[in-house]
Design a protein around this ligand. Structure first.
Ligand code: ADP
Length: 626
């Protein structure tokens, strides 16, 4: 039988499994049972929607059997099975991850990380087995096929026989080594406890031969062992259970069993409602971002069940984009089974459930924010951006839903604060919510434009995410307070800040001359109201800020059409440098030109904008040094 090679990436994962970097090996059983349960879900659904197929509930079960002498552990199911092609496609490649490409060799060393990112699935069986045989017969097929592999070398597929539709996964358990006791996975008691721990809520019976002891017939004190097939899981799906009966571990196990994520979920929400909308749901707020979260590949959605039958893996209509990070499932008796994706979109019941879920998630996040701030900040680090996108993309329609969930870094508190906290601290005369936009907290702390606002004792929110300014441009105001950038032309401060009229008019010619020299670069040159210790800065007029200019121009679509903020060069007329500038203006026009260029370029540097001709700038500095 010809051997086939595994895909390169599968090989790498396999290698990790075979060498068992991961210590929690027992989860292999959870993975196999979960696959078996999915396969039964699929056939169950088919028989319900296809009248030609008969339905016999008795035959939907999973069976675990052990042959201690041969060191064989088998997990069998009577699910949908796999065709030859499916065996090849599904077991020859990493199904779940799609790609390990972006992971560099160095990063792969930490097996944990890989498992954390992708989960392990079928391949996890190689943690405990040195040979795996899968015999499968697909629904509607007479022939079965045997897939077999002893690890990294590859696998083979050949025709086989199986009486009924379904799949047997047959593991040859590794021999014990000095460090590792693989015998465990052949012990009835151990296997039962693993099933109880991870797969108790699987809705189909998991059967296994269980040994009991009984009095020998006719004897009063002699015992004998006998075995009996037993269902070893409780089978009540977790979402049908009473919340009081469930422990946090139960929710965690369900999260892992379902592969919702590979992190520790931050919070779970268990909903059971009866009324206009009646449904059960288990929802999770993950802790860590899935690796593809902020890419086009990421698919949002919840598992959708109709009366306990899985009808869709990822129903997107149940989650608003802002909450696309939420994982979990919904089961409702009010949905018909035979429903297409298109029809679902217009389903009234589904819409109601979606609305209800949206509120539940919001309340849970609010709760977290109020009562477990640290956890909330962890959440926000991963998914805060998504909330902000939610406001922006909805053109502000989701503002009410999301505005109280936002956090920004505060110049004064030196930590993340909510808008509500900011507004509550505002002195009475402060009219605006002030913010500064830039790359990092460290840079913003030193931003010359903030000087006046900070001097007034006003708190400044730091916008370090490129979406921040776009988000608040959609929000316009919060609790009737408008947002104002410390770089905006008019700071909205009343008194004290105006440079004396005479100063301004005195220098009109000088500013005019500078403006001429900087034509096409800045729209105006002015005496600054906001600078205290720095000689120069840029501010902007109009809707597009300098930070927005940077963001928009960095987008791939922007290459042909560059956006420009309307910039103003502001000079601090009280700074000693200004005196030098005045002197040059009246005595040496060439020097004046040189200084103007230097100051403009300095302002660009402070903003983090690229210099148009860097070498010209450095040459000019050299000129004045010599
Ligand atoms: P995942 O279950 O996350 O997709 P796996 O590597 O565990 O990843 O499985 C790969 C695929 O193989 C599954 O998606 C499924 O299509 C198929 N598969 C695995 N086990 C079974 C089974 N017992 N019956 C039918 N198909 C199966």
């Amino acid at each position: 039988m010809a051997k086939k090679e595994f895909q390169t990436e599968s090989k790498r994962l396999l290698d990790l499994m075979i060498n068992s970097i991961y210590t929690n090996r027992e989860i292999f059983l959870r993975e196999l049972i979960s696959n078996a349960s999915d396969a039964i879900d699929k056939i169950y659904y088919k028989t319900l929607v296809d009248e030609a197929l008969s339905f016999n509930k008795e035959s939907y079960y999973i069976r675990i059997s052990v042959d201690k002498d041969e060191r064989i552990l088998t997990v069998s199911d009577y699910g949908i099975g796999m065709t030859r092609e499916e065996l090849d496609d599904n077991l020859g490649v990493i199904a779940r991850s799609g790609s390990l490409n972006f992971k560099k060799e160095t990063e792969i060393k930490d097996g944990y990380d890989i498992i954390g990112q992708f989960g392990v699935g079928f391949y996890s069986a190689f943690m405990v087995a040195d040979k795996i045989t899968v015999v499968s017969r697909a629904l509607g097929q007479d022939e079965a096929y045997r897939w077999e592999s002893e690890g990294i070398d590859g696998y083979s597929i050949e025709p086989a026989h199986r009486d009924e539709v379904g799949t047997d996964v047959i593991l040859r358990i590794k021999p014990n080594s000095e460090e590792d006791n693989y015998d465990d996975y052949l012990q009835e008691y151990r296997l039962r406890s693993i099933v109880k721990k991870y797969s108790d809520f699987i809705r189909y019976p998991i059967k296994m031969d269980v040994t009991h002891s009984r009095l020998k017939e006719g004897s009063e004190n002699e015992y004998e062992d006998y075995t009996e097939e037993q269902v070893i899981n409780s089978m009540v799906p977790i979402w049908k259970k009473n919340k009081n009966e469930l422990k946090p571990e139960d929710y965690e196990n369900f999260y892992f069993e379902k592969h919702y994520g590979f992190d520790q979920p931050l919070k779970h929400i268990h909903v059971s409602t009866d009324g206009t909308v009646s449904y059960n749901a288990i929802l999770y707020i993950p802790e860590r971002m899935p690796y593809d979260f902020y890419t086009k590949e990421y698919e949002k959605g919840l598992e959708l069940y109709s009366s306990g039958v899985l009808i869709m893996n990822k129903c997107p209509d149940l989650l608003p984009d802002s909450f696309s990070f939420v994982k979990g499932m919904v089961d409702s008796e009010d949905l018909t089974l035979n429903i297409s994706r298109e029809m679902l979109q217009h389903d009234r019941q589904l819409k109601l459930i979606g609305k209800n879920i949206k509120t539940k998630i919001k309340n849970e996040l609010k709760n977290l924010l109020q009562n477990e701030r640290e956890k909330y900040e962890t959440f926000y680090q991963s998914f805060g951006r998504q909330l902000k996108f939610g406001i922006y993309e909805g053109f502000g329609a989701e503002k009410e839903l999301l505005q109280d969930l936002l956090l920004f870094y505060s110049s004064r508190e030196k930590k993340m604060v909510t808008l509500d906290e900011y507004v509550a601290r505002m002195p009475e005369e402060q009219k605006y919510i002030y913010y500064a936009a830039g790359e990092s907290v460290a840079k913003l702390d030193k931003l010359p434009q903030s000087e006046l606002v900070a001097d007034k004792g006003y708190e400044i929110l730091y916008f370090t995410d490129d979406v921040d300014e776009f988000t608040i441009s959609m929000m316009r105001e919060y609790q009737d307070k408008e947002f104002k950038s410390v770089s905006s032309g008019d700071l909205g401060l009343d008194e004290g800040a105006e440079p004396a009229e005479s100063e301004a008019s005195e220098n009109q010619d000088l500013f005019g001359a500078m403006k001429d020299l900087l034509t096409g670069k800045v729209n105006d040159v002015r005496a600054s109201k906001r600078l205290k210790n720095h000689p120069v800065c840029l501010s902007n007029e109009g809707a597009i800020s300098i930070e927005m200019e940077k963001t928009l121009n960095a987008m791939p679509s922007a290459q042909s059409q560059q956006v420009k903020a309307s910039k103003v060069l502001e000079l601090n007329v009280h700074h000693p440098v200004f005196k030098t500038l005045q002197e040059a203006y009246s005595e040496d026009k060439e020097k004046f030109g040189l200084f103007t260029g230097l100051l403009y370029n300095q302002a660009l540097l402070i903003e983090g904008l690229p210099l148009e001709v860097p070498v010209e700038f450095t040459n000019n500095i050299c000129k004045i040094m010599i």
